[in-house]
Design a protein around this ligand. Structure first.
Ligand code: 13P
Ligand code: SF4
Length: 307
């Protein structure tokens, strides 16, 4: 696609089309460096959707995976939201569907369904309240029910279950990128960099998270790194985040916990796809009104409880 254009020409065209279409480009921290460079806003998954809702732009080009673009659409139903790469999905989000969740709800009728934002709009619509990786525990604690059904990430669910007195039933989903990090990886870096704090995403296995010095969302990891006095830090999340970490902290050294921390779906978006999305309004996110309304309620409830 656009093989006849140089990178500079592509960026030039993107800039022109952005103005013509009153569009903004949002990029998650896991995107390729060149995509992060052309973004108007960088952020964690839900932070970007919130930001998109407050701008006056008519069009949101969401460089991330589908559930993130869906969240942007849920919060901004009147804006045009496009996902540059149609096949950029999230295997974890796809590990639960509406039929399966309804079955589980029938099995646990008096449980409150707390759904991680890494989920489809349809599953959010079927839930009581959403949560992010940074507020999951806070949301569970503030719910007026001691019985929680946590969907779809069993690792984040277990992280919460280990820190609350409530009864938490977890769905059997997981992120196959973060799941690759093993206890041996932590032991290896601890041997080599004994002083360096280990920062980890709670989508990693619980036994790995327990060994880390900090567990939090991508935005949380960036904040911790900014505020840390350490000159070397070990990062346990998708390696795309290193680009922003190094930009923000030129005097600190960052090492990735495992070379396997690459999310193939996050890496499907390139500049040519971004250009195509602006030129041809591809690939537009559409959500049926009733689903959008119910999913909005679950996200809104989260914002209320997280206050
Ligand atoms: P954040 O919400 O922390 O940005 O994480 C998104 C994600 O997909 C983690 O795998
Ligand atoms: Fe989904 Fe994991 Fe990729 Fe995040 S890193 S988008 S949870 S597969």
């Amino acid at each position: 696609m656009y093989d006849n254009l140089t990178t500079k020409e592509m960026i030039g065209k993107i800039e022109v089309l952005k103005k013509e279409r009153n569009a903004i480009i949002m990029s998650h921290y896991y995107q390729h460096d060149e995509v992060q460079d052309i973004a108007d806003y960088l952020g964690d998954s839900f932070g970007l959707s919130q930001k998109a809702a407050t701008t006056a732009a008519d069009m949101i080009v969401f460089c991330g995976v589908k559930f993130m673009a869906e969240s942007a659409k849920i919060l901004s139903p009147d804006k045009t939201v496009v996902l540059p790469e149609k096949m950029a999905g999230c295997p974890m989000a796809d590990m639960v569907d509406v039929a399966g969740l309804r079955e589980m709800k029938n099995k646990y009728p008096d449980y409150t369904v707390v759904t991680y934002v890494n989920s489809t709009a349809a599953v959010k619509a079927e839930s009581d309240v959403c949560c992010t990786s940074s507020n999951a525990l806070q949301i569970v604690e503030s719910i007026n029910n001691d019985k929680i059904l946590f969907v779809p990430d069993k690792n984040l669910g277990t992280y919460v279950a280990d820190r609350t007195d409530k009864e938490v039933v977890v769905w059997d989903g997981y992120c196959n990128t973060h799941y690759r990090v093993k206890v041996e990886d932590i032991k290896k870096v601890r041997d080599k960099f004994s002083e360096a704090p280990i920062l980890i995403h709670p989508e990693c296995r619980p036994e790995v998270v327990t060994m880390a010095d900090y567990a939090g969302s991508t935005a949380g990891i960036l904040k911790f790194a900014r505020e840390s006095k350490a000159d070397t830090l070990i990062i346990g999340t998708e390696q795309g985040i290193l680009y922003q970490l190094k930009k923000e902290n030129p005097d600190k050294k960052f090492y990735i916990l495992s070379p396997k921390l690459i999310c193939p779906n996050m890496k499907k978006t390139h500049l040519d796809k971004v250009l195509n999305s602006l030129e041809n309004t591809e690939f537009e996110i559409t959500i049926p009104d009733d689903v959008n309304e119910k999913a909005y309620q679950s996200l809104y409830k989260m914002l209320e409880l997280a206050r």
